[in-house]
Design a protein around this ligand. Sequence first.
Ligand SMILES: Cc1cc2nc3c(=O)[nH]c(=O)nc-3n(C[C@H](O)[C@H](O)[C@H](O)COP(=O)(O)OP(=O)(O)OC[C@H]3O[C@@H](n4cnc5c(N)ncnc54)[C@H](O)[C@@H]3O)c2cc1C
Length: 413
Amino acid sequence: MTVHTPQTQSELQQQVCQLHAEATPWLPAGLGSRLDWGPAVAAGSVVLSSRGLAGIRDHSANDFTVTVAAGTPLVVLQEALAHHRQWLSVDLPWGSAETSIGGLIARGLSGGYRQRHMGLRDQLLGIQLLRSDGVLARAGGRVVKNVAGYDLMRLLTGSWGSLALITEVTLRTQPIPPQRRTLVIQGPLAVLEPLGRWLLNSSLSPERIDLWSAPLAQAAGLNDQPLLLLGLASIDATTLDEQLACIAAKARELELGPGPGPELELSTPDPEAAAALLACGRGAVPGGDADPAGGADWLLRLAVPPSQLWTLLASSELQGLPLTMASGSGIGDGWACAAALPRYRVEALRRRCQQLGGYLTVLRQPEPAAGNAPLPAWLDAPSRPLIEALKRQFDPKQQLARGRLPGVAAPLG
Ligand SMILES: Cc1cc2nc3c(=O)[nH]c(=O)nc-3n(C[C@H](O)[C@H](O)[C@H](O)COP(=O)(O)OP(=O)(O)OC[C@H]3O[C@@H](n4cnc5c(N)ncnc54)[C@H](O)[C@@H]3O)c2cc1C
């Protein structure tokens, strides 16, 4: 695909106007790190990268808001915010850390921090975008209290570049908690389940309560048992110690139930080990390749109602699959190489998620065998007619990300 990287907004706007006049299909892009994930876009599409539109436009540290150009890398933004002891409360994405803010929002996928800080769309206060006809539009604003106009922020989050090119966003920032601790609790699902449910309803409000499958725990160098990975944060260390003691007491109480004896293993890794564990939850192999995405042919996003998470984890369809799920949202990622996960099992897993009231998105898949079409990345959503109507409004010539429309299994292409 031909990639254009305009260096100014007016250059970008000119190119979009020209593509519109020619009705050429094109794909909005950030750093281009994951463009080929999901359904293929029409051959011959031009890639318009927002990489040249980078930089922090305004940081109101006192108001906890930041306005940033879409092509700004996430790590650059986090570094700048850290000087003010603030951060954008999102996880690093699965695979390499390379990601632009626009790409992050366009994919709309968040991780375990959603437990305490909510999803990306909830942190988005304002957006500026370039429509398919080259017209610049704005929605929301630069302040936290804002009720004006249509909520295009939520519409564009997770739009996969199919509606417009995001040029600038205003986001809510958070203070970096002065104290953080990671707690790993490993043991049988039967004991982790009541503990996980108790944690979700407790007043401890951890930053994350991630549930890992046994194969992921093993890949990270731990025992071959599932685990709960908790991120605790507070303003002082004493409060954290009290929280840890409270969770440990509850764990002991639960494991002394019907089981024969102590079954849970609790550990508090130091910050370095905790960071390495979190990286394993994003697909890194300890001591392995810096870009884990290279090793996984399959990358699946699974989602079920949180109440069904434990049933999903116990399903035979998941056997052998490294998987991390956020307990509060019921959303997570699983991955495997082609030899370890035959296609029919992915189809079975999709059916299982649907039976439980959820869905499975195929983000990445191996080349299908000769004569087979790739698995659809997603199936038709119940709101398909509405999605298609919106698409026609935003992009009447079907230029943007042609062939890839979230919630529509086989869009016009
Ligand atoms: C915990 C977590 C897990 C994640 N897991 C995955 C994952 O498994 N797979 C995955 O693909 N992503 C995942 N993401 C999202 C991931 O962060 C983005 O895919 C990534 O940031 C893309 O970055 P990029 O700038 O290189 O975008 P690109 O690779 O250039 O583009 C990615 C997508 O975003 C669109 N896009 C990019 N920039 C813009 C823009 N300015 N305006 C409109 N559309 C745009 C593109 O059309 C394309 O569909 C995850 C995020 C989190 C937080």
